[in-house]
Design a protein around this ligand. Structure first.
Ligand SMILES: C[S@@+](CC[C@H](N)C(=O)[O-])C[C@H]1O[C@@H](n2cnc3c(N)ncnc32)[C@H](O)[C@@H]1O
Length: 258
């Protein structure tokens, strides 16, 4: 492995650890989404672009090996901690309740799934369906690892694919709790909201993430307008439990128009 010295324009030799390579590939994915070139990311990390490109392919193998030797959870991001007080309050009635069925759209590395398993789906007969496209193998590997570590993997059904395709196949009036945290563009959030609504049991709770996410972006690129349109469209059929960074509603038991 070699590393460049940007100042001199020549590359000096340096060994890179597997952890460094994994982190570099993860960062590359994150920065590429924002439109940053591979060459630029290479410069930022002090890694020749050709070498960085070569690291992308074996990432899955490296990560699988690394995770196999880890006993604890493995997460690279935390989209959960700030919501714990609200989730605890909103979902306390479901804790220890038999047969609770949850649906999660957007599971990523499984951090929220693991939280729901440990704090809501605590009865032996509770379960969760996790829908995600898992755009990178690393996300699915971490999800699988974390679910394994949770010790209650038998409660989890992982469905990989776009939510609008998968939701169509799920039964109506079936889930007690639905968490929507998938693709953040308004059109997708609206579609996830409407399709999920028909899959939520009367009396069930649906939570939208990211109502206040990235408010500086055009409305079509973020969830807020979709959640507002959803709330307007289904007005009268739910009770609002929370309207803050997240929005939570309970479906009325006698819901007109369904
Ligand atoms: C913010 S992350 C979810 C975080 C997770 N709920 C947590 O708290 O740890 C969003 C996830 O949505 C998934 N996703 C994006 N678009 C999707 C789509 N159309 N269908 C299914 N999943 C999607 C992404 O792959 C990503 O894993």
């Amino acid at each position: 492995m070699t590393q460049a010295s940007a100042e001199s324009g020549t590359w000096s030799r340096r060994a890179f650890s597997t952890e460094f390579k994994l982190e570099a590939v993860r960062l590359l994915g994150e920065r590429r989404v924002l439109g940053v070139s591979l060459a630029q990311v290479g410069r930022e990390l002090g890694v020749p672009p050709d070498l960085l490109r070569k690291w992308v392919r074996p990432e899955k193998r490296w990560l699988a090996r690394k995770l196999a030797s880890e006993e604890g959870y493995s997460f690279t991001a935390d989209y959960v901690s700030t919501h714990v007080p609200n989730w605890t309050r909103l979902l306390e009635d479901y804790r220890d309740r038999p047969g609770v069925r949850m649906l999660e759209i957007g599971s990523y590395e499984g951090r929220s799934t693991v939280w729901f398993l440990a704090n809501v789906l605590t009865h032996a007969t509770a379960s969760i369906v996790c829908v995600d496209i898992f755009t990178r193998a690393a996300y699915a590997l971490r999800f699988d690892h974390n679910i394994r570590v949770s010790g209650v993997g038998h409660k989890v059904t992982k469905l990989q694919g776009p939510s609008h395709t998968i939701l169509r196949k799920l039964p109506r009036d079936h889930f007690d709790v639905i968490y929507i945290d998938g693709w953040h563009e308004a059109a997708y959030v609206l579609k996830d909201g409407v399709m999920s609504w028909h899959r939520l049991k009367p009396g069930g709770v649906m939570i939208f993430d990211d109502y206040l996410w990235d408010l500086h972006k055009p409305a079509r690129d973020r969830p807020q307008i979709a959640i507002d349109v959803f709330l307007e469209s289904f007005a009268g059929q739910y009770e609002v439990l929370l309207k803050d960074y997240q929005v939570a509603i309970r479906k009325r038991t006698i819901a007109g128009g369904l």
